[in-house]
Design a protein around this ligand. Structure first.
Ligand SMILES: O=P(O)(O)O[C@H]1O[C@H](CO)[C@@H](O)[C@H]1O
Ligand SMILES: [Mn+2]
Ligand SMILES: [Mn+2]
Length: 389
């Protein structure tokens, strides 16, 4: 009997291109492999002990003789490479119709109506890198009080504002207004509050970022677990990604280390069901910023703390380390990359040195977790429980 599963998402830690990646504009992408190549090596002994180097297709690190975990990889079945799509698929949903993107910015009629409702003009309304656009438009924003609106290759409406110009609470209200307006014909997967502080030339984004996602279109693994009376604890931005659906308790985190600390706190307590963690720094601080050295260091910092996490697992606990998409910091542009995700499963009840192979959907994670917890499986996904227990 498995009592609890910690699904632990290393946001954007992809491990190489899928057969269909070129159709997404991604050729030769490999977040992990290209980081190792660019940095001339990486020290992740604890991930290797679990079998990270044994996963088919992983480049830059070696397989070991007797890994302590079950290991494999999964292809993304849904039509997308964004965070929402990746997490929903991990939780058992396929997104056939991709979320709408806005490479030309948002239509004028929506922007006019939005400005009217928030009582402020806006700046930007173009696809941009968040750190670059606040440097460009920050001074004007500080003069005029107009928030900076930008999007990306993802389906996002991002609202950046200096915390001393638009107080956080007002920024969140503005996001809620946008969220409501962008549910219809003009729709985004996420509205994101992007507060920052500092002065021109030295702006810094804060951890008061909030994501306002649309709700999953159908019940997910999380809803099923909750309906079965289980705990579904969300650490980091998981609550936002699922718009709170199927979650019984949530905590937001300020960075990767905090995410690990909060997960450990929950592992120490007694609960039954799912702990779903997301560590976003890999993606937000290094992947989108195209910073392979920073990304490598973040992976090494995570690896150093991995034993603490594993030690906290109780007899009937299991951890599944995985990712939601790639974000190759050596690739052109600043966007996500479509890639395989790693799957590492570890626990006292999990067989060691088992290759679960290449799964055809992230949803196999959902099916397996449901199977382990003895609850109904979501509509899609194939359980690999029999292989690992
Ligand atoms: O460049 P920044 O602001 O980090 O934004 C990135 O983060 C967004 C959400 O993860 C992506 O859509 C991309 O736009
Ligand atoms: Mn992500
Ligand atoms: Mn991202």
């Amino acid at each position: 009997m498995i009592n609890r599963v910690n699904i632990f998402v290393l946001d954007s830690v992809g491990i190489g291109e899928l057969p269909d990646s070129p159709a997404f504009g991604d050729k030769g992408v490999d977040t992990f492999g290209n980081i190792v190549k660019a940095c001339g090596g990486i020290q992740i002994p604890n991930l290797l002990k679990l079998g990270f180097g044994n996963i088919e297709g992983v480049k830059g690190v070696d397989a070991i003789a007797a890994p302590l975990g079950a290991y494999g990889r999964a292809a993304e079945k849904s039509n997308g490479k964004d965070t929402t799509t990746g997490h929903w698929e991990i939780a058992g949903l396929h997104i056939e119709q991709p979320f709408q993107t806005y490479p030309e910015g948002f239509p004028k009629f929506i922007m006019d109506a939005f400005e009217e409702k928030i009582g402020r003009k806006t700046l930007g309304n173009i696809p941009a890198s968040g750190t670059e656009i606040i440097e460009q438009l920050g001074p004007e924003h500080m003069k005029t009080g107009s928030p900076i609106i930008y999007t990306s290759a993802d389906s996002v409406f991002q609202i950046a504002a200096h915390e001393e110009i638009i107080p956080i609470d007002e920024l969140y209200q503005i996001c809620e207004i946008a969220r409501e307006m962008l549910m219809g014909e003009i729709q985004v997967a996420r509205v994101i509050a992007r507060p920052f502080i500092g002065s021109p030339g030295n702006f810094e984004r804060t951890s008061n970022r909030r994501d306002y996602s649309v709700s999953p279109f159908e019940p997910t693994l999380l809803d099923i677990a909750k309906n079965n009376g289980l705990d579904v604890i969300a650490v980091g931005k998981i609550e936002d990604i699922f718009n709170g659906q199927g979650i019984t308790e949530a905590v937001h985190t300020k960075d990767n280390m905090d995410g690990i600390d909060q997960t450990i706190e929950y592992l120490k307590r007694d609960s039954k069901g799912i702990i779903f963690t997301n560590l976003v720094d890999f993606d937000a601080k290094y992947g989108h910023r195209r910073d392979p050295q920073g990304y490598r260091q973040a992976l090494e910092a995570f690896d150093l703390r991995l034993p603490e996490l594993l030690e906290r697992l109780k007899e009937d606990d299991i951890i599944i380390l995985t990712a939601d998409h790639g974000n190759d910091p050596t690739y052109k542009g600043t966007d996500h990359t479509r890639e395989y995700i790693p799957i590492l499963v570890y626990g006292k009840k999990v067989k060691q040195n088992v290759n679960i192979g290449t799964r055809t959907s992230f949803a196999d994670i959902a099916a397996t977790v449901a199977d382990l917890l003895s609850i109904e499986k979501p509509a899609i996904g194939t359980s690999f429980k029999e292989l690992i227990i």
